[in-house]
Design a protein around this ligand. Structure first.
Ligand SMILES: [Zn+2]
Ligand SMILES: [Zn+2]
Length: 311
């Protein structure tokens, strides 16, 4: 059987954020419903009382340790949701900012693999959004938080959202061009990489949130909106993987181990994890790899040929 997906191609895919967005139902936010005309109770917007400040990890300077600071509690605006953070992953994209490999305004709060609980909707948010994300619901955020209304978002290509790239990646804020984060003492602005999830609370545009079921723990779910959907986009859109195929995944870290799980879910016949760490390869087997290869000890193309012939 010929291999569709060469090892090197998958390596390329796994290293890039291909299709790294959730596909939330942003259309709901664009259509008013009849209930929008009815007055809403405060409890529809707000879950209990909230503190005035919160703690967050702030990056002040590249290649220096972040410090825990007191910030004002961020305020969500229309179409935005305040989340009480339950878990936040640390992604290599965060490290790129920390190392100044990716220019970004500082001081800033990193963290874009976030899960948490909805505690507040911005005033004047439409009923459809509030009904989709009720206060108290368990949610996961997306690395790219689509605006839902730009040229690319309306075509279903939210991963290219112009507003996100301009206002968040360019200016460190949300779609009105300002941040939601301010120092408690001085009132100075602190910029947000995506939602700035390395904090007790974070503001996320509703289009960047999806509800998760009770069966999914917060900690394991946090990476769904980045590592897992990068893998999903790579396997579905870029590799166009089909059931019965052989897949080799080069590098079995966060994205790679997600590629392995997605490949098995797509019906991969042989799913080979390749890495130079035996520990990561052991984990790759637990994630569903049918075979593993340590590239520092074995000839990878030769082993893949042998595995295919033997299976
Ligand atoms: Zn990430
Ligand atoms: Zn957009």
């Amino acid at each position: 059987m010929a291999m569709r997906n060469s090892a090197s191609r998958l390596s390329f895919l796994a290293g890039r954020a291909v299709g790294a967005t959730l596909r939330p139902m942003h259309c709901a936010a664009l259509h008013n419903t009849a209930s929008d005309t009815q007055p809403k109770k405060e409890s529809d917007y707000l879950l209990g009382t909230l503190p005035e400040t919160m703690k967050a990890a702030v990056l002040w300077e590249p290649r220096k340790a972040m410090t825990i600071e007191e910030l004002k509690l961020p305020r969500p605006q229309v179409g935005e949701v305040l989340i009480r953070t339950k878990a936040c992953g640390v992604c290599h994209s965060d490290l790129h900012v920390m190392n100044n490999d990716i220019p970004f305004p500082i001081p800033c709060v990193l963290g874009h693999e976030v899960s948490g609980e909805v505690v507040e909707h911005g005033k004047h948010t439409d009923s459809a959004t509030i009904e989709r994300l009720p206060v108290g619901s368990r949610v996961v955020g997306a690395f790219i938080m689509p605006c839902g209304g730009c040229f690319f978002c309306v075509k279903g290509q939210e991963d290219l959202c112009e507003s996100f790239l301009k206002y968040n990646r360019g200016l460190g804020g949300l779609y009105d061009g300002t941040t939601r984060l301010y120092m408690s003492s001085s009132g100075d602005p602190v910029y947000m990489y995506s939602m700035g999830g390395l904090a007790e609370y974070c503001v996320v545009p509703a289009n960047g949130l999806a509800v998760i079921p009770e069966s999914l723990p917060y900690s394991e779910s946090a990476i769904i909106g980045c590592a897992v959907f990068t893998a999903y986009g790579a396997m579905k859109n870029a590799a166009d993987m089909r059931a019965g195929e052989t897949v080799a995944v080069i590098g079995t870290g966060g994205v790679g181990s997600s590629c392995i799980q997605v490949s098995r879910a797509f019906g991969g016949r042989i799913v080979i994890g390749v890495d130079i760490s035996d520990g990561k390869l052991e984990m790759a087997k637990q994630m569903g790899a049918t075979h593993t290869i340590n590239a520092s000890k074995e000839d990878v193309p030769e082993r893949i040929r042998v595995d295919e012939e033997l299976t």
